[in-house]
Design a protein around this ligand. Structure first.
Ligand SMILES: Nc1nc2c([nH]c(=O)n2[C@@H]2O[C@H](COP(=O)(O)OP(=O)(O)OP(=O)(O)O)[C@@H](O)[C@H]2O)c(=O)[nH]1
Ligand SMILES: [Mg+2]
Length: 133
């Protein structure tokens, strides 16, 4: 099965992260996610992330740093998540297609249901907080 490259943005303001709810009819629908999406042909991950965050939540990324790379096989789909920390941006994060979204303290991320591949991202964020990024 072909692996799908996905640019994922962990958008951070203070100790809070922006999460949004995936539409019910999508892959892993109804779960919470970090905004982002599939890389298009001829696009770098940087470009894909900037485009997706502009399209999905209306912000302009000013800096992105690599956090981690996660490969996950959902059985029906294989993804490679290129996870980036975005802590500088302009504009106000707001869902452009009306999905639910919220800013959540890193310590509280466990209270939300994410796709299985995200468990490792949340563990990493919580570890980084303890050691202070
Ligand atoms: N955006 C995003 N996708 C994730 C996360 N975790 C995770 O497993 N994925 C998977 O990555 C894949 C691509 O994400 P996506 O559906 O946002 O892609 P997209 O915005 O390009 O959607 P589109 O196909 O409707 O244009 C999906 O199969 C999704 O289940 C996450 O935290 N954020
Ligand atoms: Mg998306």
């Amino acid at each position: 099965m072909k692996v799908v490259d996905v640019a994922v943005g962990v958008i951070k303001q203070g100790n809070r992260i922006y999460i949004s709810k995936r539409a019910d009819d999508l892959h892993q629908g109804g779960k919470w996610e970090f905004p982002g999406g599939k890389r298009e042909p001829n696009e770098s991950i940087d470009q894909a992330l900037s485009r997706e965050l502009q399209e999905e939540i209306g912000i302009q990324v000013k800096s992105q740093t690599e956090l981690t790379l996660i490969e996950h096989d959902y059985g029906d789909k294989k993804v490679r998540l290129h996870v980036r920390l975005v802590d500088e941006f302009s504009g106000e994060a707001q869902q452009q297609e009306g999905q639910q979204a919220k800013w959540v303290a890193i310590a509280d991320l466990n209270q939300y249901q994410f796709p299985a591949a995200n468990v490792a991202i949340i563990e990493l964020l919580q570890r980084l907080v303890v050691t202070k990024i």
